[in-house]
Design a protein around this ligand. Structure first.
Ligand code: SF4
Length: 352
């Protein structure tokens, strides 16, 4: 990964150029002041593997809630603020580990200065987050459209404003809804700065569309060594974002602590419900941190051979058979009843 500055966010470090430090984050979609719901969602995110959570701060009650939330969660918290610098100040005083702002929408210059001054005083970082909808008029006039170049120019302009206030604990993001423009904007900014970059795509869509667009975007960038933290944006339950983020990192070999589930695409030889068994195993192993691959294959003819690289797995035997064959590294070992297969694999996984 590209070597970037290390920025401390609570107990986490973002940046530094080491792949294992790519931080997975998400954002709650509850009303932040609804402590019960927000806490429940943060716990769900935390259990799924979220390392940093962001909450929207719309008013003073939201900002004050941060104090109570922080007492009950185990991961650092980011306050997301638009327009009202006083909410940024209150969020910081309530214990936010980082704030996300767009310096251009906080009003007068002295408002931003007050926020930056407090961040410096209490050693709290800022994410400068711009997106294709927030590009300043003069930049849009120059580029005519919200192009990648315009978005990069907006990010660099806002960065320069915050730097001019003698502050450098900064994470940058520049999100576009167009995949190619998003990739280019990050590439352009990455060439110019060594601040950690928060990867994301704005308005990515519902689960399938968002997961695909995000995977393409993050895949291209992370493969070039660009990116220090990522948030997958999906319309819906944010817990799903964590699963997608983990799978992107795993696919790029940037994460060693997840169980990879391999399952065959099924064909005319399939003798078991591969999708159902694979989904059950995936669900049962979510949250288990191990560098391990588990295969679910549809037939004995090709299954164990095709899944030779898997550490362990099961395959169908023949139609109307209630048993599956268990194998390790492609070597068939014993038959397991279909009702026992998930529990059996969990026990086998525990041995690794
Ligand atoms: S493992 Fe067997 S069932 Fe699955 S795709 Fe290959 S040949 Fe078909």
């Amino acid at each position: 990964m590209k070597k970037t500055r290390k920025i401390k966010v609570g107990s986490l470090v973002i940046g530094g150029g080491r792949s294992k430090q790519i931080v997975i984050q998400s954002m709650t979609n509850t009303r932040t002041k609804d402590l019960r719901q927000t806490l429940t969602q943060i716990k769900q995110l935390e259990n799924a593997g979220c390392e940093l959570v962001r909450v929207a701060v719309l008013d003073q009650e939201d900002a004050k809630s941060i104090f109570k939330l922080k007492k009950q969660i185990g991961i650092p918290l980011v306050a997301d603020i638009h327009f009202d610098y006083k909410l940024a100040l209150l969020s910081l005083k309530s214990g936010a580990d980082k704030i996300r702002i767009n310096p251009g929408n906080l009003g007068r210059a002295e408002n931003l200065k007050k926020v930056v001054d407090l961040c410096r005083k209490i050693n709290t970082p800022i994410r400068i987050g711009v997106n294709s909808g927030s590009i300043e008029k003069e930049i849009l006039n120059k580029y005519k459209k919200p192009t990648a170049e315009a978005l990069a120019a907006s990010a660099l302009k806002n960065l320069a404003i915050v730097e001019s206030l003698n502050f450098d604990k900064i994470v940058l993001s520049m999100k576009h809804s167009d995949v190619l423009a998003n990739i280019k904007a990050y590439e352009l900014v990455s060439q110019k700065v060594d601040y950690p970059l928060h990867l994301g795509l704005t308005e990515a869509g519902t689960f399938l569309s968002g997961a695909v667009k995000s995977s393409v975007t993050m895949g291209v960038l992370l493969h070039q060594g660009i990116g220090d933290t990522l948030r997958i944006s999906l319309s819906g339950d944010p817990v799903q974002e964590i699963g997608v983020a983990k799978k992107i990192l795993k696919a790029l070999n940037l994460s060693k602590d997840q169980i990879e589930i391999i399952s065959c695409p099924t064909c005319g030889r399939t003798t078991v419900d591969v999708e159902e068994i694979a989904s059950r195993i995936e669900e049962a192993t979510t949250g288990i941190s191990k560098d391990l691959s588990v295969a679910v294959m549809g037939c004995l003819v090709n299954g164990p051979g095709e899944a030779k690289r898997a550490d362990l797995g099961v395959s169908g035997i023949d139609r109307d058979n209630d048993y599956l064959m268990f194998f390790k590294k492609g070597k068939t070992l014993k038959k397991i009843h279909k009702n026992e297969v998930v529990n059996f694999l969990i026990k086998e996984i525990a041995k690794f």
